[in-house]
Design a protein around this ligand. Structure first.
Ligand SMILES: [Zn+2]
Length: 223
């Protein structure tokens, strides 16, 4: 069973790459957010337990999340493995995942970090502007409006949401990067960390990731 962990800060393109790798490797992409939604929708015992915590505004304990994940890894489409997107988020979760996989004589094959420097992330995440009238979105560097502050489409004024302001984005990012760094260190110490430069075009990043994890051509191992 191939268990691959995707790591990357918000805005690094981790989710996009997880989708591409999943398609390329024929493995399901497993995101914990989707697991929660599915468990709640289906009313599974774990889903009910998780809902209890969420309703009380508490964090769902790692044990419940791990068990949901294991349940998901037991599904037919994950028989050959899965790409984990959004988990683990902390060192404790990474340790719990290792213990759980170990019981199934499996292990994390690789932790793939889509690496983008904090300053670039800040530029990507904080340059968003919305038009007042219809919410048309622009980005200072990625797709700027023709006239600064004016919507190309409807001509209304462009505004920035509090969440998109640089100071707010920076504070949030620093917190998230701190937690991620612990997980990165954990996998580095375990010898399974692979780092690719996330500033390159999407297809180049995908190729770099595939180079990390697929030294033997896929067809040769699956004859
Ligand atoms: Zn507009």
């Amino acid at each position: 069973m191939r268990v691959l962990v995707m790591l990357g800060a918000p805005g690094a393109g981790k989710g996009t790459q997880a989708h591409i790798l999943a398609r390329h490797l024929g493995l399901p992409r497993v995101a914990t957010g989707d697991l929660f939604r599915a468990a709640l929708r289906d009313g599974t015992p774990l889903g009910v337990a998780a809902k209890g915590y969420m309703d009380r505004g508490e964090l769902v304990p790692d044990e419940i999340t791990i068990n949901m994940l294991l349940e998901r890894l037991g599904a037919a489409d994950a028989a050959r493995g899965a790409i984990l997107d959004g988990f683990p988020r902390t060192r404790a979760q990474a340790e719990a995942l290792d213990r759980a996989l170990d019981e199934r004589t499996a292990a994390v094959e690789a932790a793939l970090l889509v690496d983008v420097p904090a300053e670039d992330l800040l530029a990507r995440l904080s340059g968003r502007w919305l038009c007042e009238a219809a919410g048309h979105t622009f980005h200072e560097t990625a797709y700027p409006p023709r006239v600064a502050g004016i919507c190309d489409i409807c001509g209304s004024r462009l505004i920035q949401r509090d969440d998109d302001r640089p100071a707010v984005v920076r504070a949030r990012l620093e917190k998230q990067l701190g937690a991620m760094e612990d997980v990165v260190d954990y996998y580095r110490a375990a010898g399974v960390l692979q780092v690719v430069d996330g500033r390159r075009p999407i297809a180049a990043v995908s190729n770099d990731l595939l180079d990390c994890i697929e030294p033997v051509p896929y067809w040769r191992t699956h004859l």
